[in-house]
Design a protein around this ligand. Structure first.
Ligand code: GDP
Ligand code: MG
Length: 177
């Protein structure tokens, strides 16, 4: 859509965080363009996309930043975090190391991000249930312990993807308005 920025009531910056390969870029492209890629396309530099949402008759424009493979080297610059009101912290339910690394990502978010940033934890790839290494309950209890919203998704099968982003946007709206 070609709304001008001044037609929006709110503009939110959000970021995608988590290990390489967990499906961050595909969650973004599923949510914004309803597209899925079977290959992983590491690009150079940061990319972002926009999505428009309406809550309580307010028009919200959400800018979603995606990493371009820097997570492999943990070489995020502070500009990635700067001004971000929310983060989707993603792990892969079929790769336990990506779940074990969540504590490190939370430390980084809390070091570089604003203290009141909303964080939604997302366990992705639930279409691969036969290879599951992290139970739903484990994800849920980690989220509760850390005070995060929690959802399991599949970017491939488009399960809960819109819901996860909308939950994040709604929580940001609640703390912002
Ligand atoms: P990123 O490195 O976190 O951005 O992850 P990508 O979005 O590039 O995805 C990494 C790989 O996982 C790619 O081969 C994707 O096709 C695959 N992938 C992403 N999401 C899903 C999903 O929900 N289910 C399945 N089965 N594969 C996925
Ligand atoms: Mg990516």
């Amino acid at each position: 859509e070609s709304f001008q920025d001044n037609l929006f009531d709110y503009i939110f910056k959000t970021i995608l965080i988590g290990d390489s390969g967990v499906g961050k870029s595909n969650l973004l492209s599923r949510f914004v363009w309803d597209k899925f890629r079977h290959d992983s396309k590491p690009t150079i530099g940061v990319e972002f996309a926009y999505s428009n949402t309406q809550i309580d008759e307010k028009l919200i424009k959400t800018q979603i930043w995606d990493t371009a493979g820097q997570e492999r080297f943990r070489a995020f610059t502070s500009s990635y975090y700067r001004g971000a009101l929310g983060a989707l912290l993603v792990y892969d339910i079929t790769q336990r190391p990506t779940f074990n690394n969540l504590a490190k990502w939370l430390m980084e978010i809390r070091d570089y991000g604003d203290s009141d940033m909303v964080i939604a934890l997302v366990g992705n790839k639930i279409d691969l249930g036969h290879s599951r290494e992290v139970s739903r309950e484990e994800g849920q209890s980690f989220a509760e312990k850390e005070g995060l919203c929690f959802m399991e998704t599949s970017a491939l099968e488009n399960l809960n993807v819109g819901e996860a982003f909308l939950e994040l946007i709604t929580q940001i709206y609640k703390v912002t308005s």
